[in-house]
Ligand binder design. Structure first.
Ligand code: G16
Length: 557
């Protein structure tokens, strides 16, 4: 790094002193915290993003200002690599180091060391490019300015403000840009509506599709997702949407609304009630990378109940549909035995895993965090991953996709345009275009769920009957230091504090079909407790007992 670069970094970093006592860790999906404390962090991640771009031959990197499901006064940063996936985990330790550097001098010295180690050429190659997006949080605008200053302080780097977006939109745009494709927000919407239309056109006309398109009610979490799905609505046919909690009617982001709230608390979001009995409802999270479905059952009285169809159920629906299409190909004479696999985490309901195995699928497990699931799903021809919280997507390997596209052309050339095989191939190609290949995306997820339900002629109630969830409960426990909990790689057992796992195991033994685990959250300052058992009372009781163990081993704050 030359003197001019060092001077530029020192000068800009003086503008963003690190708040006293701030200690951050990169976490499950980037940095999160009280928005008022994050300017220095965002500025520093701006520098990191520019360096990442230079390291990768000036490919475009995405930097998203969001704290997703967290409260509106929080904010955070997610970084998209050129592929559209999360920042390579190899760079997380550097992110941690610079986010916590105590002074401009320490910051510059860490950067200098890293630049030398990684052999990053500043000012010797094409300019670095970082695309910046933000969700609807009020703190987003000023934090985005801090990110810009960070990017611009790496000489020859360019920051581009893309504006208010969902997180998956930014990831999609970054991926498209680096593949040399059209990458605007309009292109994103066009891509969704075209591939959705294509799947609608391929719905069988004989068979059981006497399905009447009923209205879908969408909870927009008072965030950016509600606004964007409204923009998309105009270009969709075959879908009747009513969007609530758009944030325009005074509602607060994620407060009593949104996918995280509905899935964790198992209650209806604000704005939904008895009037909606039986209707198909979907809930997005604060930056629209998560999706869950739900409905109010007909036996609800004044005590309104909710039936939740979480990420596991969405995964099961997708798996069923994809398997049906692949079976047509695998049965064909020139068929290809394709590898379809699914990825879940420890939070997956035991009943969903049993169901997926019964379907004959390869089920593998990963640690919480899409970055972990994505990696495993990419090992299949078609890999479907979902966290129970509704974050997931379907990945197609490059080689399988190009096989599909060639097959599609061959069948058309041979005049087999209308064959079952050709339709199955076309559906798979359309799914690969519709579903976000970069990251879980609630908007593309909604469209795929809706078209699959139309295709098989199912109501939400029928879909819910795929399997019956084992009752479960999640609890957050506030402790003085959540990092005192260390788990095994799949997070099913706690290695520290010593003795806690034995105590949890003794509790579990008291419950029929009991299962429980603890892990430190990577997005909130809490330890999470998950428990399932044969009845709701038992699951609640097991979760409470484990939460008490957490408090007794770690203290409560
Ligand atoms: C992020 C990650 C998800 C993860 C969630 C909760 O979601 O992208 O993969 O499941 O955090 O993580 P934790 O349990 O560690 O707090 P989001 O939607 O908040 O960005």
């Amino acid at each position: 790094m030359d003197e001019i670069q060092i001077a530029s970094l020192l000068k800009s970093s003086e503008l963003f002193p690190i708040p006293q006592g701030l200690k951050l860790s990169y976490g499950t999906a980037g940095f999160r915290g009280d928005a008022k404390l994050l300017e220095s962090t965002v500025y520093r991640v701006g520098i990191l993003s520019a360096l990442r771009s230079l390291k990768l031959g000036s490919s475009t990197i995405g930097l998203m200002i969001t704290a997703s499901h967290n409260k509106v006064s929080d904010n955070g940063i997610k970084v998209s690599d050129p592929s559209g996936g999360m920042l390579s985990q190899e760079w997380e330790p550097f992110a941690d180091q610079i986010a916590n550097a105590a002074s401009p001098q320490e910051l510059v010295s860490l950067i200098r060391e890293f630049v030398e180690k990684e052999e990053i050429k500043i000012g010797e190659y094409k300019a670095a490019e970082v695309w910046l997006g933000r969700d609807s949080r009020p703190s987003g605008e000023s934090l985005l300015r801090a990110a810009e200053i960070g990017v611009d302080s790496v000489l020859g780097s360019v920051s581009v403000d893309i504006g208010v977006l969902t997180t998956p939109q930014l990831h999609w745009m970054v991926r498209a840009k680096n593949k040399g494709l059209k990458a605007t927000e309009n292109n994103y919407f066009e891509n969704l509506s075209t591939s959705f239309r294509c799947l609608v056109d391929l719905i069988p006309i004989n068979g059981n599709n006497k399905f009447e398109i009923s209205k879908l009610l969408v909870d927009g979490a008072n965030g950016v997702g509600g606004q964007k799905i409204e923009m998309l609505r105009g270009s969709l046919s075959n879908l009747d949407l009513e969007i609530r909690n758009t944030g325009r009617d005074g509602g607060v982001l994620n407060e009593g609304v949104g996918a995280d709230f509905v899935q964790k608390e198992k209650v209806l979001p604000l704005g939904f009630g008895l009037k909606d009995v039986g209707m198909r409802c979907a809930s997005l999270d604060g930056d629209a990378d998560r999706l869950v479905y739900f409905y109010v059952p007909s036996d609800s009285t004044s005590d309104v109940k909710v039936e939740l169809l979480d990420g596991d159920k969405i995964l099961s629906l997708f798996a069923l549909f994809m398997k049906e299409q692949l079976n047509v190909l695998d049965d064909g004479k020139e068929g290809k035995q394709s590898r379809l696999g699914v990825v879940q985490t420890a939070y997956a309901n035991g009943a969903s895993t049993d169901y997926l195995k019964q379907l004959g699928l390869d089920v593998v497990f990963a640690k919480t965090g899409v970055k972990h699931l994505h990696e495993k799903a990419a090992e299949f021809d078609i890999g479907i991953y979902f966290e129970a919280n509704g974050h997931g997507t379907i990945l197609f390997s490059e080689s399988f996709l190009s096989w599909l596209v060639t097959k599609q052309k061959d069948l058309t050339t041979k005049g087999q345009g209308g064959s079952e095989e050709q339709k199955a191939v076309s559906r798979l190609v359309a799914v690969s275009n519709l579903i976000n290949q970069a990251v879980g995306d609630a908007l593309s997820g909604v469209l795929l769920v809706e078209v699959i339900l139309q295709h098989i002629g199912w109501s939400i109630q029928k879909w819910n009957e795929l399997y019956k969830d084992l009752p479960s409960r999640q609890i957050k426990v506030e402790v003085p230091d959540r990092t005192a909990v260390v788990t095994t790689s799949q997070e099913t057992e706690a290695l520290r504090p010593l003795g806690i796992q034995d105590a949890i195991n003794s509790e579990i033994k008291n419950y029929s079909r009991g299962r429980a685990f603890i892990r430190p959250s990577g997005t909130e300052d809490v330890v999470r407790v998950y428990a399932e058992a044969s009845t709701q009372e038992a699951a609640d009781s097991l979760a409470n007992s484990v939460a008490e163990l957490v408090k007794s081993f770690l203290g409560s704050s």
